[in-house]
Design a protein around this ligand. Sequence first.
Ligand code: ATP
Ligand code: MG
Length: 298
Amino acid sequence: MADQAEQLRELVRSRGQAKPAASLQTPATGEQKKTRIIAISSGKGGVGKTNISINLALAYAQLGKKVIVMDADLGLANVNVILGIIPKYNLYHVIRKQKRMSEIILDTNYGIQIVAGASGFSKIANLSDEERNTFVEELSQLGGADVIVIDTSAGVSNNVLSFIKAADEALIVTTPEPTAITDAYGIIKIIATEIENMNLSLKLVVNRVKSVTEGRKVAERVINIAGQFLNLKIDYLGYIYDDPAVSNAVLRQRPFLVSEPGSKAAICVRHIVSRLEKVEYREGAGIGHFLKKLMGIP
Ligand SMILES: Nc1ncnc2c1ncn2[C@@H]1O[C@H](COP(=O)(O)OP(=O)(O)OP(=O)(O)O)[C@@H](O)[C@H]1O
Ligand SMILES: [Mg+2]
């Protein structure tokens, strides 16, 4: 067991520093970039995670960043649905060594790349040694990106929690609906209990608001309760208006940042990204760090 952990640690150490695959390489010096890894989560399903993941990624790409959206929704790969892309291969094929990471990363028409989730394995922890090694080795190739946005499924399966724990930041999405707020608090509580070393920065996004005040009130409620009962600091990152541009975009399978760039929702998402850009994130983060945490290596 100790041997296996040491082996993985070594692999992460070396691969974390390694140059990314040709297609993922940074153009200038080939130096390892500091990849910012953002997990998008919620307690309740259907609150807008996938739409936020994709449009946030696009807003980042429009700032000239190299962005990958990873669909960690290991059951229902839904990033693809919103983008109107049907990927043939996903992380499962990578883990099974049937495909390389460079072969499953898909370019989109929107300047972002996507990696489809593995709708075939239920638990990272259950992977065999060989599969884990392959997974680490292949995922480390994503180190060429500036930003990796991970769209997780709602609630807390083991894998979702692994991805959240491994990320630099977790954006918790809620809507003003009482059930969504309660469930957001629920997932925050689980994160708080599961993560001993709270280096992870938790941020709240209130989606589908009717007014700025509504967003602020919902955020205050969640943030105050988390502070009071969990002694946890959560930042209010921003709100997104309830906007028909979002559902129209879903129907057309085109991100609203592209189909309706002037919409209220698009403006809000760009605002959220500019806020994220203003926040300095912790030193020492990046893909190596992410992989270690994902695999539970201390
Ligand atoms: N800001 C918004 N304004 C209007 N409608 C919205 C907004 N955000 C989300 N929706 C609606 O909610 C639906 C669900 O959004 P989305 O698929 O992004 O949620 P999700 O959290 O990823 O769901 P799941 O938990 O099933 O993965 C969208 O198809 C859209 O119709
Ligand atoms: Mg989704």
